[in-house]
Design a protein around this ligand. Sequence first.
Ligand code: BGC
Length: 769
Amino acid sequence: MKNYILADEWKIIEEGFRPELHMISESLFSLGNGRMGQRANFEEAYSGQTLPGNYVAGVYYPDKTRVGWWKNGYPEYFAKVLNAANWIGIDIVLGDEQLDLAKAELKSFRRELNMKEGYLKRTFSAVTSGGIEVAVEAIRFCSLVDDETGAIKYTITPLNYSGPVTITPYIDGDVVNKDSNYDEKFWDEVAKETWDGGGYVQLRTRKTGFEVATGQQFTISQGGTELLAAAQNIEKLKYVASKVTLQAVAGQAIIVTKFAANIASLNYPADALAEVLKTTLKAISKKGFEQMLAEQAAAWAKKWQHNDILIEGDISAQQGIRFNIFQLNQTYTGEDDRLNIGPKGFTGEKYGGSTYWDTEAYCVPFYLATADQNVTRNLLLYRYKQLGKAIENAQLLGFKEGAALYPMVTMDGTECHNEWEITFEEIHRNGAIAHAIFDYVRYTGDEQYLSDYGLEVLIAIARFWAQRVNWSGDKQKYVMLGVTGPNEYENNVNNNWYTSTMATWCLQYTIDVASKVKVREPRKYQELVAKIALNEEVEFARFSDIIAKMYYPADEKLGIFLQQDGYLDKEQILVKDLPASERPLNQKWSWDRILRSCYIKQADVLQGLYFFEYNYDIETIRRNYDFYEPRTVHESSLSPCVHAVIAAKLGDEARAYEFYLRTSRLDLDDYNNDTEDGCHITSMAGTWLAVVQGFGGMRVKNNKLSFDPFLPAKWGSFSFHIGFRGNLLNIKVGKQGVQIKNLSGNALTVTIYGKDQIVQANNWLLVEA
Ligand code: BGC
């Protein structure tokens, strides 16, 4: 746990440079705009420890899987998002000394991530070993408005030096991935060019053949006048630069304004990239840095209007929640249904930038409430478009007749995880994908989605479950053998309650949706029946039989659902009785010991009770929570939020707050000692869930928003914005009660503490505490 980020409501601030924390800061101060993103590497050279990271959404490399002993059914490769060309580079040489903060003496250093306006600012003054003192201010951003571009304004003022300075803005595509199974480079050069004040490199990924043209256009001014000095253009393999030598004058600012763009073959034909790049660079440099920055602030203001959470009386909580919301919005903007949300977003290489069940289970509710419904719709369409691949994945494993198993880890729909023993059997992911459809329709009321796309996905998933169970002669029930639940500290268990519950829920939901669509749009329904060769009578009868005769492990004496068969045979020592020196288990214990223990990595039975709480009475939820919570080590960042929401429901406000704290500043305080790998983007949605569904008690019930809020003891009040079916609301929970502001033009009925309240258009009401 670190505590070096200064408290501020709208900014993430680091004061003073600590090289040992630099990699953490590189993650925390990351920038992104949904289409591209980057770690907070320095513009000038840095020879200290750093993880260079520039990413272009959707551009990945299939790295051949490395295992000791190959078995049928292993994924061929693990896809990874690639470290792409570095577009921020500006080399500075003062006299004959390169400016490098690992070698200079720093007199001051500060970086600020301005979350309100969406930019990163770094200021420092440094003295080189030759005694030259400079003051630098660097501002940069990834533009939300021109989302293939970014811009930098780098101001350097020599304080005690007049003499030659060379400034070399460059694009460097000769980069490596930290994570590479065979230590290969993943990019080849296709083309490059330099011109007056600019240049580009076009690179192609090996195997996948994605091409990206990354280019720059820059100006340099000194003492307020633009320099027209001829630059010396440099071209090397995968590298272009323009070296400008000028005579610095002590006290006079030199400003480098650098515009950059990443133009990818995902969006244009490869042979048009260079032209598009040049036009884009021209357009943004004409617009100018200040105008781009003003547009950036306006675009962020618009986002914040819809998704800000305001916490009064707790600045560190305020900073934490805004950081989470900010990073989620930097990662995914929902404009492109080929893109998704990697667990680390654009902040690091871990998890390969791939799509996990995290998207459907955690992120979907966040985007549903804080963004236009098309944002979530695009996340659903992403899976719809990959249905064919999901069917192929299932076929490879021996399933047939249109059964689909969505991948646990994917870029393009193909399964590409690299840890068979953990991820492969987490077939519960299929359930999360069906549940996201349910969530989307419940939230938006967009039933049309079901007939257009949803039902087809649901039937394919249901077919998988119907083939995946088998009849146990012994139990006279259907059983589900050899699975891994969300709790990855168990592998290959029989009858994981969560997975079996998910499966029958999917089967029932599929039957329900099918009967609705059949009535609503009979022609479309018949077209689908023909397209997927659905034998309604036989298949739905089997679905119903499984629903009726599914086996769910439970312990009657304890009154709980069992995580899986045999769970109670494990030695039941509670987490509180484990010596602190043995935690986290995943770093201290052998894998074998973890698997035999009763410890739960993340919500499993409780994940099911979270999704389907409306099916269980409060005492059942309480008994399970009381049993499983003390056995949960929360070694996945996705875990505490689910416990927070359940604790809040059970009225355990103090615990709910405690769980919330574990995720809200997880990265800012480097709670798990792993922020240097990147931020936990998907679990940031969990923090939002803890506030809105936990403290706010928000649910959708009977086509209406419903709230059962409480105010955490430490807070003066909290308020959040919620978009619902084209309307915008602001809910403020304070000491006086709950204030509901209807920011839209329609009267709305909202349920507060179980009672319907009508809030007139553009009006508000207070429900007293
Ligand atoms: C969790 C998974 C999750 C993955 C990516 C793992 O540690 O156990 O549930 O999908 O991280 O976030």
